[in-house]
Design a protein around this ligand. Sequence first.
Ligand SMILES: [Cu+2]
Length: 149
Amino acid sequence: MLFRAWISGLMLLCFISPSTLGEVRLVDGWTRSPAPGVDRLAIYGRLVNEGGAPVVLSRWVLAGAAMIMFHETVMVAGQMRMRHLDPIELSPLKDLVMQPQGPHLMVVGLETLPKAGDTLTIDATTSLGETFTFLVQVQPITSLGPKLN
Ligand SMILES: [Cu+2]
C-alpha cells in the first residue's frame, strides 16, 4: 500500500515539467516608495536559482513601468555610478544579493508611484523563454530593508 503511494508519487513528479517547478525565486524582494515626482525606483532582494543549471535572465516586466534594467553599482573616480548589466546569469551555486549601493533592478518610467504597503509583481523571462513571477514589497522611503527595520 505504502509502496503504491510512493510509486504514484514518483509518477506524478515525472509528469510535472521542469518549467513549472519554479526554479528561480526572489527572496525578500523590496523597494522604497519613490519621493513625490520621482518616477523610478530600485528593487532589492536575493535572487535564488533552485535548478541544477545556470539560468540567464534577460527580460524584466512590471506593468505600468516603461523599463526595468539590471544595474550594478561601481565606483568611478570616487563617485558611485550605476552600470547596466542585462542579461544576467544566475548560478545555482551562488545567490545574487541585490542591496542598496550594490546590484539592483532599476525600474524607470513609472506611470503611478507605488506607496508603502503596496506589492509589486515583476515578471522575469529567461533566455529559454521561461517566465518567473516575483513579488516586491514597497517599504517606506526611509527603509533600510526588511531585515534591518
Ligand atoms: Cu540603477
